[in-house]
Design a binder for this molecule. Structure first.
Ligand SMILES: NC(=O)c1ccc[n+]([C@@H]2O[C@H](COP(=O)([O-])OP(=O)(O)OC[C@H]3O[C@@H](n4cnc5c(N)ncnc54)[C@H](OP(=O)(O)O)[C@@H]3O)[C@@H](O)[C@H]2O)c1
Length: 248
């Protein structure tokens, strides 16, 4: 039987690439995004597969539950918390509304959705898409990185609490060529994302990483360079902080 997979933030970037790859493998998909259905392409996005929910809103998890009920989906094999957004700039320059939106989408929504979908996940898997930045100082990305570090903490706790009933994994991609950088307000003069790996390449590696949950890989960083960066961020913190300050 093909798995039933729910992916948040499936309308662009890594989420869209994950959705396309899982669709090609025959999985039943529930795709969550905030864009109206008529702006998305069939056959991936249909009234039966697409749940329109703005994850910055407090009722987002209830909307998803309602959609699953309407579709008669009582069980999920895999829940991928992928939706996310960034903000580039100093925290004091970021508006209160932007901080609220960023923390709601990147952190509060995964908590609320996990909470609401838990009864459907017994025997299944929950995957959090964090970032290599969660273990590093990332000037002008402070709030974003804080939400990703919090996701790491959430995943770790859930892993311990749910052991034996739901498998939990956190995945740390590094810089990827998606629209997130432009949406976050970075200009191409500051960062040229053309050279980053494609969303399809990163999604392919994420899918391979998810296949390792059963063999006990609770935390996976995508790419050798990113694994080194994460290791350095975690275990050589003082040196890394100094280097980042020096480069600024
Ligand atoms: N790109 C990178 O370099 C990178 C590196 C490490 C980790 N990541 C993580 O990977 C994940 C995917 O990022 P990406 O690069 O693929 O970014 P992306 O191309 O901007 O895609 C993000 C997805 O999240 C959706 N989303 C944003 N706000 C939402 C909201 N309020 N309600 C519902 N959906 C919302 C977006 O919808 P809209 O298109 O409508 O905004 C889009 O479908 C994120 O968690 C990100 O933090 C990315």
């Amino acid at each position: 039987m093909q798995p039933t997979i729910l992916i948040t933030g499936a309308t662009d970037g890594i989420g869209l690439a994950l959705a396309s790859a899982y669709d090609a493998s025959g999985a039943r998909l529930i795709l969550v995004g905030r864009r109206p259905l008529d702006r998305l392409e069939a056959p991936l996005f249909t009234a039966n597969s697409y749940c329109q929910a703005d994850l910055s809103q407090a009722d987002c998890a209830e909307k998803i539950v309602l959609f699953l009920n309407e579709q008669g989906i009582e069980r999920l094999d895999l829940l991928i918390h992928n939706a996310g957004l960034g903000y580039y700039g100093l925290p004091e320059e970021q508006s209160a509304d932007s901080i609220k939106e960023l923390t709601a989408v990147n952190l509060l929504a995964p908590i609320a959705i996990t909470h609401n979908l838990m009864p459907r996940l017994t025997g299944g898997k929950i995957v959090f898409i964090s970032s290599v930045s969660s273990a590093l100082p990332t000037p002008k990305y402070a709030v974003y990185s804080a939400t990703k570090a919090a996701l790491d903490g959430l995943a770790r706790n859930l892993r311990v609490e749910l052991q034996g009933s739901v498998a939990v994994q956190v995945i740390h991609p590094g810089a990827t060529r998606t629209a997130m950088h432009a949406k976050s307000g970075i200009s191409r003069d500051v960062m040229d994302w053309e050279g980053f790996p494609s969303a399809e390449d990163v999604a392919h590696k994420i899918i391979k990483a998810i296949e390792t949950i059963e063999s006990g890989k609770p935390s996976v960083t995508i790419g050798l360079g990113n694994r080194f960066l994460r290791f350095a961020g975690l275990y050589l913190g003082g040196v890394v902080d100094w280097l980042v300050r020096w480069r600024k």
